[in-house]
Design a protein around this ligand. Structure first.
Ligand code: ZN
Ligand code: ZN
Length: 382
C-alpha cells in the first residue's frame, strides 16, 4: 500500500515536471535527459542507440516469451497554455496540449513496475520514448535504428479527454486515418487583367480542380469508407490587374484503407491534369505521403479489452478519428494496438485549455504492466 502511494507520488511529480517543461518535436533534449535520469535511477537499462532525442529502454523477463514494445511519444505543441494549473507550462508558447506528458509518466511507471516483476515476466519489453510524433514522422527516427528488428508486437496509448478516468477506449480495426499532404501547381500564361484573351488564366482552372477533387469522396470512394479532402491553401497572383502565371493548391487527404489512399492519389492526378487541360493550362501534382492509417489488430484489441476488464476499467468503443498518428509506421512491420486512456472529460487535445486528470496515471501504468505480462490469447479466442 505504502509502495503504491510512493509510486503514485513519484509519477505525479514527474508528470508535473514534464508538463512544466514542454519541448517541441525533435527538441526534446531536457525531456530525454529527465527520462534517462529516472530510468537509470530505477535500475532500468537504456539501449545504446544514438538518437538525437528520445530513447529506448528495455526490461528483460526471466521467462521465455515474445518481444513486445510500448510506444510513448514525448513531444509538445506550439500552443500557449490557458489553464490555471499550478504546474502549467513554464515555456512561453509551448504546451503539452496532446497529453504526451501523461504518456511519458505512464510509460515510466510501467517500466519501474515491470522491472520489479522480472521473475514473472515472460519475454522482453522495449519501452520506446519517441520524439516528434506531432510531425507525424517521428516514428521513422526510431525505425531507422534496428530496435524493432526482434519486436513481435507493439502497444500504443493516447490520453483521451472524451472519457472519464477509469475508462478505456478500445476496438479492433482502423482507429486513425492516413494523413497525406498534396501540392498542386496549375500553370497558365500571365497577362493583363483587362486582356485575358492574351493569356491562360490558371485561377478558374484551380477553382474547377477544387470542385472536381471533392467529387472523389462522393463518386469514387465506397460510401461506407471514411475519406476526406481539405484544400487548405489556394494561392495565386500578386495584384489586381495582372492575371498570374500560376496558381497553387495545397491540402490534406485522409483515408482509412490502403486502396482508397492509392485511389485518391490516382484520381487527384487525373482530375488536376484533365481539368487544367480543359482550361488550356497544365497541372502538376506533388503527393507527399504522411503516416498510414492506424489499425488495431483483432487479437491484440481483444486481449487489451479482456485485461482492461480484469483491471476494473470500463471499456467503451474507441472513437475513430480522421486525425493521424505515426504509430502506424510501426504497424507496417508488426501487429499493433492503440489504446485510448480516459483522462477526464474536458477540452479536446491540441486546445490551450486541455488538461489531464492526474489520477489517470498510476492506473494506466498498472494496466500496461498487466497487459504486457498477460499471456497471449490463443488464436481465435480473443
Ligand atoms: Zn497531437
Ligand atoms: Zn498526441
Amino acid at each position: 500500500m505504502q509502495e503504491t502511494e510512493n509510486l503514485q507520488k513519484k509519477l505525479t511529480g514527474w508528470f508535473e515536471w514534464f508538463h512544466r517543461h514542454p519541448e517541441l518535436s525533435y527538441e526534446e533534449y531536457h525531456t530525454t535527459e529527465k527520462i534517462r535520469e529516472i530510468l537509470t535511477q530505477g535500475g532500468i537499462r537504456i539501449l545504446p542507440y544514438e538518437l538525437e532525442t528520445g530513447l529506448v529502454a528495455i526490461v528483460e523477463g526471466e521467462k521465455p516469451g515474445p518481444v513486445q514494445a510500448l510506444r510513448c511519444d514525448i513531444d509538445a505543441l506550439p500552443v500557449k497554455e490557458e489553464t490555471d494549473l499550478p504546474y502549467r507550462s513554464e515555456c512561453p508558447g509551448k504546451m503539452h496540449a496532446c497529453g504526451h506528458d501523461f504518456h511519458i509518466a505512464a510509460g515510466l511507471g510501467c517500466a519501474i513496475l515491470l522491472s520489479g516483476h522480472k521473475s514473472e515476466l515472460a519475454g522482453t519489453v522495449k519501452l520506446i520514448f519517441q520524439p516528434g510524433e506531432e510531425t507525424s514522422l517521428g516514428a521513422l527516427k526510431i525505425l531507422e535504428t534496428d530496435v524493432m528488428e526482434d519486436v513481435e508486437l507493439i502497444w500504443g496509448i493516447h490520453a483521451d479527454p472524451t472519457n472519464e478516468v477509469g475508462t478505456l477506449g478500445i476496438r479492433e480495426g482502423y482507429v486513425a486515418a492516413a494523413a497525406d499532404r498534396f501540392v498542386i501547381t496549375v500553370t497558365g500564361q500571365g497577362c493583363h487583367g483587362a486582356h485575358p484573351d492574351d493569356g491562360i488564366d490558371p485561377v478558374p482552372a484551380a477553382a474547377a480542380i477544387v470542385q472536381g477533387l471533392w467529387t472523389v469522396t462522393a463518386r469514387n470512394i465506397n460510401a461506407f469508407h471514411p475519406a476526406l479532402i481539405s484544400v487548405t491553401r489556394m494561392q495565386a497572383g500578386q495584384t489586381w490587374n495582372v492575371i498570374p502565371e500560376s496558381a497553387e493548391l495545397e491540402g490534406t487527404v485522409r483515408t482509412m484503407n490502403r486502396e482508397d489512399r492509392a485511389l485518391f492519389e490516382r484520381r487527384m492526378r487525373e482530375i488536376a491534369g484533365g481539368t487544367a487541360a480543359a482550361y488550356g493550362a497544365r497541372a502538376s501534382v506533388e503527393w507527399l505521403p504522411g503516416s498510414p492509417a492506424v489499425y488495431n489488430d483483432e487479437r491484440l484489441a481483444g486481449k487489451s479489452m479482456r485485461v482492461a476488464r480484469e483491471c476494473g476499467f470500463s471499456v467503451v468503443p474507441e472513437e475513430s478519428s480522421m486525425g493521424g498518428d505515426d504509430f502506424s509506421f510501426y504497424e507496417e512491420r508488426i501487429p499493433g494496438c492503440y489504446i485510448k486512456i480516459g483522462t477526464g472529460k474536458g477540452p479536446t487535445i491540441h486546445q490551450p485549455a486541455f488538461r489531464v486528470d492526474k489520477r489517470a496515471i498510476l492506473p494506466a501504468a498498472e494496466y500496461l504492466v498487466r497487459l504486457l505480462m498477460s499471456p497471449s490469447d490463443p488464436a481465435g479466442q480473443s
